[in-house]
Design a binder for this molecule. Structure first.
Ligand code: CTP
Length: 398
């Protein structure tokens, strides 16, 4: 579940202690986890434990009393790929059923744009009560997935149905939710992605490069991995890390090296996304020793680098090819020309004129132009959201 964003709501029941194990399972699988606690649940599990295990601050109140910052339920709703509430008490269940909204967790539930999965936990008589059954039915009708409580020994000492499903069971249901959402046209497919800058050597200690961080390409890789695709990520020098069983990360330095890796893998690929900021030129001669300074000027003669994307587009057999363009003027007509010249299916265009867009930022503002003369412009968004938009566009395109 690399990169999947799991929002975990914890309500005030004894089973809350088991949530520590659930957080561990989710984190181990690569998911990003954020937690919201109802005020009552911190009597059952310490927010410090939750925050430490999830590696994120914990939301409890609408306002953090210490610094006055706002825990924005709408932002939680936008962030989450799935909302899991475990344990779900009879009290919170009843409030969900009627749309009550008197704490951060409930306001977040009402703001949720994605699936909510709940694991109720209560004493056997409470669980068997007609009110509980009615409320469960109601939230199921509202689209919530309910993981039934299990039978066994309860905190009251009684034996019966009411125990929260085991963390492993909840984890499997979350995993199944993500697999279910994978598009069969992407799952199992091979995607080649280029990312980051290239460094073109001048001498053993110097290079020509650019400010690309690789964030956009890595975010796209995460989206494809979430769809169950196999990804070969050809990355220029970048500080970013990505680990996933379906990922082959190949680190290169120069455009020439990038081209060679692309050429080796291209036949086997179904999709190619060329997000790298490849240097168009490289020094004609690479000095074997460090160039010593002298009193006069230094001229470095540059020669043209191979265009990796052009090669891929020209050698396209079955692949869908997506290029990037960074334009500063005549945006659409330049991008359109690149679609034709490089034989692309579509091009993602961004411009440095947009505040917060481009190299190094966590955000980007793009337009997509395709070879069927469609153009779509998007708002300024995080690079993860932009990656999501690109993959969603691809799904519509194919
Ligand atoms: N690209 C590439 N190899 C190169 C240069 C660019 O693969 N040697 C790819 C980039 O990864 C990107 C697209 O081509 O997907 C960018 O196209 P390009 O024609 O280089 O445009 P810009 O760099 O945006 O600008 P310019 O118009 O100056 O060429």
């Amino acid at each position: 579940m690399q990169g999947m964003r799991v929002l975990l709501g914890i309500t005030g029941g004894i089973a809350a202690y088991k949530v520590a194990f659930l957080i561990r399972l989710l984190k181990k699988s690569g998911a990003d986890v954020k937690c919201i606690l109802t005020p009552a649940s911190s009597d059952f599990i310490s927010p410090i434990v939750v925050s430490t295990l999830s590696e994120n601050p914990v939301g409890i109140e609408f306002w953090n009393k210490s610094d006055g910052t706002w825990n924005n339920h709408v932002e939680y709703g936008l962030w989450a790929d799935v909302f899991v509430i475990a344990p779900l008490t009879a009290n919170t269940l009843s409030k969900m059923a009627i749309g009550s909204c008197d704490n951060l967790l409930l306001a977040t539930y009402l703001s949720m744009k994605t699936k909510t999965i709940v694991a109720p936990a209560m004493d056997l008589d409470m669980y068997a009560h007609p009110t509980t059954s009615r409320n469960i039915k109601q939230i199921e009708q509202d689209g919530v997935e309910v993981i039934p409580a299990e039978s066994g020994e309860l905190a009251s000492g009684l034996d019966g149905t009411g125990r929260m499903a085991e963390p492993e069971t909840i984890f499997e249901r979350v995993q199944a939710f993500f697999t279910k959402n994978q598009d069969p046209r992407l799952a199992g497919k091979h995607v080649l992605i280029t990312a980051g800058p290239t460094h073109e050597a001048i001498d053993p200690v110097r290079f020509i490069g650019n400010y690309s961080s690789g964030k956009m390409g890595y975010a796209i890789a995460e989206q494809f991995l979430a769809e169950g695709a196999r990804v070969t990520l050809v990355s220029g020098p970048s500080k970013l890390q990505l680990v996933h069983p379906n990922l082959t990360l190949i680190r290169i330095k120069s455009a020439q090296e990038m081209l060679e890796v692309v050429q080796k893998n291209w036949n086997d690929c179904d999709f190619g996304v060329f997000a790298a900021a490849v240097a168009d030129y490289r020094p004609a001669d690479v000095a074997e020793q460090k160039i010593k300074k002298s009193s006069g000027e230094l001229t470095i003669r540059l020669i043209k680098n191979p265009d990796v994307l052009l090669w891929a587009g020209t050698n396209k057999t079955k692949q869908i090819v997506i290029g990037f363009a960074l334009e500063t003027n005549d945006l659409e007509s330049n991008a359109q020309k690149k679609i034709t010249k490089k034989n692309l299916n579509f091009i993602v265009m961004n411009t440095l004129q947009d505040e917060g867009a481009g190299f190094g930022y966590d955000t980007n503002k793009i337009s997509i132009l395709d070879d069927r003369n469609n153009t779509v412009s998007f708002e300024l968004k995080t690079k993860t959201e932009v990656a999501n938009d690109i993959v969603a566009y691809l799904k519509k395109y194919i």
